[in-house]
Design a protein around this ligand. Structure first.
Ligand SMILES: Cc1cc2nc3c(=O)[nH]c(=O)nc-3n(C[C@H](O)[C@H](O)[C@H](O)COP(=O)(O)OP(=O)(O)OC[C@H]3O[C@@H](n4cnc5c(N)ncnc54)[C@H](O)[C@@H]3O)c2cc1C
Length: 380
């Protein structure tokens, strides 16, 4: 194990790996330490990138998310140049659907929100984002049941979180990243500055440390004198095989509420996910979780009932007290940065937040304004 580096990243999910990748790309000698906990959110993520159809989060989230999805093609080009493997990134489109038994008023409010925002921001174009007739929606996604209304977002993309994480790691290692399989027990702190971490009792020193520990990030708050109010929210998500079915042209489906389906070209559709606030760190598959996910999937898409369950994945979303990411330096203590709290949208935001936090660690002004995500907002 190295005893020092220029920078240390704690956590090897999508956020930490992206931070490390951007640091080594800038020529910074970096060590990433990852415990690979069961329930790592990145390994379970569905991979939907569609901020345009999000009606849950506020404008500060939306602004960051738009920049984050705009950054994806650049990141893909850079990873390709670094000889990383395919990460399943593609523009597959997304349908937001209301079923005949859904609350029509709720759907109309969702539709209004999405279209109003499109018009206020003059993007995407009406060709890219518009309402769609139930017949057209059914043609795009044959397993759907009795549709009452639909909105089409041609710009929606999907990405395989596991593959992207692996690709970032490979590209970063290619550029000199050292990855340690281990647990960071504590930060090394002196005179208002973090100067490294202790891993399995051994010190590793660095001028800058990033905490990207996902749902486990709050443990470092006491040491640096800030509240990092991040809680795990368990999500159960099910991979369903549809042997002999061509799923390659199917779009992402978002139903009213929080359930969705993400088709992949290998005759597979991923349906999910439960949102179990207060779950703690337990990562078992539960009867209630599977029942909820499959029940909703069949309500929306009865045509999936002959599918075979390939796998149930369980991930712990790192959710902050106000459901927004926690990014950037820590007032009063230098040498430490936070990159966590991405909740249900860390595959959308995380690769870009890693870039932004790496920029700040390098003393640069981040390409997007992250002040709204500073941890000081939780100070009482
Ligand atoms: C079911 C599900 C579906 C999702 N779907 C989507 C989606 O469609 N679109 C989207 O944008 N997002 C989605 N997300 C959210 C996204 O997956 C997460 O926000 C994101 O992966 C969080 O990444 P992370 O790097 O912060 O945390 P994680 O991936 O959880 O990684 C944190 C890592 O830090 C390590 N760690 C923690 N503490 C320490 C320590 N002290 N020492 C060493 N290592 C440590 C852990 O072991 C872990 O490996 C989904 C999440 C779930 C669970």
């Amino acid at each position: 194990m190295p005893t020092s580096a220029d920078a240390i990243v704690v956590g090897g999910g999508i956020v930490g790996m992206s931070t490390a990748y951007h640091l080594v790309r800038a020529g910074v000698e970096t060590v990433l330490i990852d415990r690979a906990d069961a329930g790592r959110a990145t390994d379970a993520g569905a991979g939907i990138l569609s901020p345009e159809t999000n009606t849950r989060d506020p404008d500060i989230w939306f602004d960051l998310a738009v920049d984050a999805v705009d950054y994806y093609p650049t990141l893909m080009d850079n990873l390709l140049a670094d000889q990383a493997d395919d990460v399943g990134y593609s523009r597959c489109g997304a349908l937001v659907v209301a079923m005949a038994d859904d609350d029509v008023a709720a759907f109309e409010a969702t539709q209004q929100h999405i279209i109003d925002r499109r018009d206020q921001r003059s993007q995407p174009t009406p060709d890219e984002l518009h309402t769609m007739s139930p017949v057209e929606a059914g043609e795009l996604m044959p397993p759907l049941g009795d549709i009452a209304g639909a909105i089409w977002n041609a710009n929606a993309c999907r990405v395989d979180g596991r593959l992207l994480n692996r690709a970032l790691r490979r590209a970063a290692e290619h550029r000199g990243l050292t990855v340690i399989d281990g647990s960071v027990d504590e930060l090394i702190l002196g005179r208002g500055k973090v100067t490294g971490v202790r891993c399995a009792g051994e010190p590793v020193h660095a001028g800058a440390t990033a905490i990207a520990g996902g749902a486990w990030s709050s443990t470092f708050g006491d040491q640096i004198g800030v509240d990092i109010p991040i809680e795990p929210q368990r999500g159960q998500i099910i991979h369903v095989d549809l042997p002999g079915t061509d799923t390659s042209t199917w779009p992402i489906i978002s139903a009213l509420g929080s359930q969705y389906m993400v088709p992949w070209p290998d005759s597979r559709i991923v349906v999910g996910a439960s949102r179990e606030t207060g779950s703690g760190f337990a990562t078992g598959t539960t009867v209630a979780g599977v029942h909820e996910v499959l029940g909703e999937a069949l309500r929306v898409a009865p045509g999936l009932k002959q599918g075979h369950i390939r796998e149930v994945r369980v991930g712990l979303r790192p959710v902050a007290a106000d459901s927004m990411p926690v990014l950037g330096d820590v007032g009063g203590v230098s040498g430490v940065h936070l990159a966590t709290g991405h909740g249900p949208t860390g595959l959308t935001l995380g690769p870009y937040s890693g870039h932004l936090v790496a920029q700040q660690m390098l003393g640069q002004v981040p390409s997007s304004d992250i002040t709204a995500f500073h941890v000081s907002r939780f100070a009482s």
